[in-house]
Design a protein around this ligand. Sequence first.
Ligand code: GUN
Length: 293
Amino acid sequence: MQQTAKIIDGKLLAQNLRAEIASGVAALKASKGVVPGLAVILVGDDPASVSYVTAKEKACAEAGIASREIRLPATARESEILSAIDALNCDRTIHGILVQLPLPCSVSAKAVIDAIAPEKDVDGFTPVNAGKMLIGDDCFLPCTPHGIIKLIEFSGMDLRGKHAVVIGRSNIVGKPLAVLLSRKEVNATVTLCHTGTPDMSLFTRQADVVIVAAGRPGTLSGSMIKPGAVVIDVGVNRLPDPSRPKGFRLVGDADFESCAAVAGAITPVPGGVGPLTITMLLWNTLEAAKRHA
Ligand code: GUN
């Protein structure tokens, strides 16, 4: 199959936005003497989570944002995590707090997220920020959905009046993305498909843009999309591959080869959505620091 789709370079867009953020960080430091601070709480040692947290900390350092890692064992009690969050909520040098998900099953992710002060919730996951986003109030937008909107605009597509199909209804990506796409300033028509949708291809074949965030490789294939459609692949799945130094390779939720032969543009995995998620986290952390400077 021949790849005809344009590759949407998430790394390039992230690089451009991160240069802007680094300037904003330097300006805040020069004018108010404030260095934005991000605390990252990591519970346990899930390899994918460790790798995300490392990437977030590296990006902070490059932008001039101070990051502090709080590492707790997988056996940590919920009360220990809540105490760590309480301390960070009161710490004036910390403007953003991020708890890397997923958390161990023994801990209530809801209770932990609820404990983060909404003004430091740079992931946009607390009920206060999720509610504000829903009604269009000023708030921290969740990083992956916000980054996806930026990526689609960067691909050259004007979303106004277009049909966007979102696959997956997670609180982190699918649900908030459907809300953002349907906002008046974006103005797309949105269909949200999920595991209860009997035949997704009925919807995806009509879509101008398909965003797949299902957490399962092969969820979207070329036969399911309209020629020229834009495909945004949010999936990051590790497939065993002994020929690779790390013993695995990363694939998205879309079958890249078949989709790239039909789509007009497509994001790669890695190098598509991932760099934007981290970039929007830096953006929110700078915003949080500005508001409290
Ligand atoms: N796990 C997967 N994606 C995310 C994210 O955007 N934020 C946090 N905190 N955890 C995640």
